[in-house]
Design a protein around this ligand. Sequence first.
Ligand code: IVH
Length: 681
Amino acid sequence: MTDTPAIPGKRPAGSDPARLHAWLSATLRRHNHLYYAKAQPEVTDAEYDRLMRDLEAIEAEHPELRTPDSPTQQVGAGLRSELAKVDHRIPMLSIENAMNEDEARAWYKRIADDIGDVELICEPKYDGLSCELVYENGRLTVASTRGDGKTGEDVTPNVRTIKTVPHTLKGEFPQRLEVRGEIYIEKQAFAELNERLEQEGAKTYVNPRNTASGSLRQIDAAKTARRPLSAVWYQVANPEGAGLKNQQEVIKALQGWGFVTSKKLLTGSPLQVKTLKGADKVVELYHTYAGKRHELPFEIDGMVVKVNDFARQAELGVRSKSPRYLLAVKFPPEEKETVVEKIEVQVGRTGAITPVAVMTPVMVGGVTVTHASLHNADEIERLGVKEGDSVLVYRAGDVIPKVLRVVKDGGGETFSFPTTCPRCGSDLVNLGEEVVTRCPNHLGCPAQVMGAVVHFSSRTAMNIEGLGDKNVEQLLAAGLISDPSSLYELSDRREAMLELERWGERKIDNLLEEIEGSRAPKLEKFIYGLGIRNVGETVAGLIAAEVGNIDGLLAATEERLNAIEGVGPIIAESVIKFIQDEHNRALIERLQKYVTPLEVKRLAAGEGKFAGMTFVFTGALTRFTREDAEQMVRDLGGKASGSVSKKTSYVVAGEKAGSKLKKAGDLGVQVITEDDFAAML
Ligand code: IVH
C-alpha cells in the first residue's frame, strides 16, 4: 500500500487561487487515499464534498488550474493492495451529488431543458462498497471492487461467501452479464461485530461501510465468510445483451435471476422504489427518505434519482466522471445538541497531544456519540469551546463525530492547553511550523510505548494478531511488556498472563503462537514496524531494498538514503535521527535477539535475469498476486510498470485483461500468459 499523503498544513488564508487550489488538491488526495486505500476516512462525506466543491469552484473560475491529475478529474484513488487486479470492461463511474433540494431541482431543470420532461426512478443510495459481478453462461466468474473505476480488485472468492449472491443465475440469461451493486453490513450486525471485537480486545471499526470494505477485501476469503456481509444489486452494465430497456426492467430482471434488489429490500419498510415525474415529486420523495432512513436496518446516505429509460439516458450523455442521467441527493448531516462535560487530552503513538471533547451521550445518525476530537489548540480556539458548553455535534456519512459549533456558553473557564504530558509529565513541545503539540518522551511515555507496540504488531508491520490497544494496555500496565522486543519474552510469563482479566489459556496460546510466527519478517515490514517518523510502508520497502539487512540500515548514511528514488531529504533525515538515537539502537539490538528479517538480495544495476526488461501485468492473475509478481520482476533486476509503452518488454495478461492488452497489440509489444511468465522465472 502506498503511504498516506501528508497533511498539507493549514488552509491558506489569503485569496491566492493557485495556493488554495494546491492546498485543496493535496488535502483531497490525502482523503482519497484514506478512504479508498486505507478504508479509514478522517473526514465526513459532507466535509469531503465541501472541499471538492471548493476545488471545483476555483477551477470553474480559473480553468488553467485544472490539470488532468486534479482530484476533480478522477474517480476515487488508485488502489494498491495484495489482491489481484481486474479491469472493468465498462468503467465504473461515480454519481454527481446534490446536497439539498435546491441542487436536486437545479439538476432536474438542466436535464429537462435538454431533453424535456422524463420519467425518473428513485432508489436508496446504499452506503457500502460498490462491486461488480460478471456471469458467463449463467455462472459467477469474477467479482471485483470499483478501485479507481477502471481497475478494481479481484474479490471473487470473498463475494462467493455472501449467502445471497447467486453463484448461478435462474431463468433465461444472456451469455455475459455484468451486474453492479453494493456490499454492506446491516446496522445490527455491525454493532454485534464491534461488540465482539471489543471483547476480544481487538480494534473496532468506525462504521458499517468501512467494516464492509475491510471484510470484503480480506486476502483470506475464510475471514470474509465470518463477517456478516449483505449485498444489493441495482445495475446491469451491459443491458443491451439482455434486451433491457429501462431501469424498472433491470430491477425486475435482476429479481428473476435471483438477486436481491432495492424492491426486495424495501418490502415491508416505510420506503419504496418509485417511478415519478417532475422536480416536486423528487423533492417530496427525498424528504420521505430523509425522514424514514433510520427505520431501515441498513444505512443509506441519500436517494439516487435515475432517468428510467435507457434511450433517454443516452440522449443526455456522460461527462468525464459521472453520467448526467443520474443524481445522488445526499441527506444533510444530522446535528444534535449536547453538553461538553470535559475536555480530555490524549497522547498518540508519535506523542501527538489531542484534546478530545467528552460529551453527554447523544444519538446522532443512529449511533451514540460520546467523544469528539478537537484536534489541536487552534481548533479549540476557533470553536471557542469550553467545558460545560452546549454544542452541536454531527457525524455526516456516519464517520467520526465532530463538534460543529458552540450554541450555549456554559460559563466554564477557557480551556488551557497543557504544557506537560498528561501521561508522563514531560514538558510538551511544538516543533517547527506544526500545529500539533507533542510529548518528546518517546520511550518513557506509557501512551507512546503502547502506540509503538500496537504499531509494531499491526497487520501491515509484523502482523501479530491480537495486540490491539486494550490488550497491549493490559500487558503494559501489568509490567509484562515494556517495548516491542519484550513481546518475545512473553512466553516466559505465561503464569502472570493467566492472572490478567479476560486472558485464558486459549487466548495466551494464540498470542504466543502469533508472536512466534513473526520472527522472520520481510525486512521492509520490520523497518516499517519500527515506527520511524515519515516512513510508511512504501518508503520502508524502498529503504529495505537499498540497505538489504538490519546492519545495512544501522550503517546507512543520509546521502545514501537521499539517493534512493522516492526518498526525499525529510525522510532521510528522520531515518538518520532515528538510527542515531542510542535508545532506538538499543531497541533494535534487543529485537535482533529474537527477530531475523529476511535479507533483501541486492542486485547491482544491470544484474539479474530480467535486467533491462520492463513487465506490465494486466487482468486477473491466478498464480501470484500482482504485487508478488512485480516484486519477483524487481528481485531479478527488471522493472514493473503500470502502463504499456513502446519500452515495455512483455505484457503478462491474466484473465479478463482489458485496455492494456489492446494497447500492447497496438504497439506490437509481446504478450505472454501467466504460465509463460512462471516458466521464465
Ligand atoms: S447506480 C454511475 N444506484 O454510489 C454509477 N449507485 O457515490 C451508477 N450507489 O459508485 C450506479 N446506491 O456504488 C446506483 N441505488 C444506487 C446506489 C448506487 C449506492 C453507489 C455506487 C456509486 C456510488 C457513488
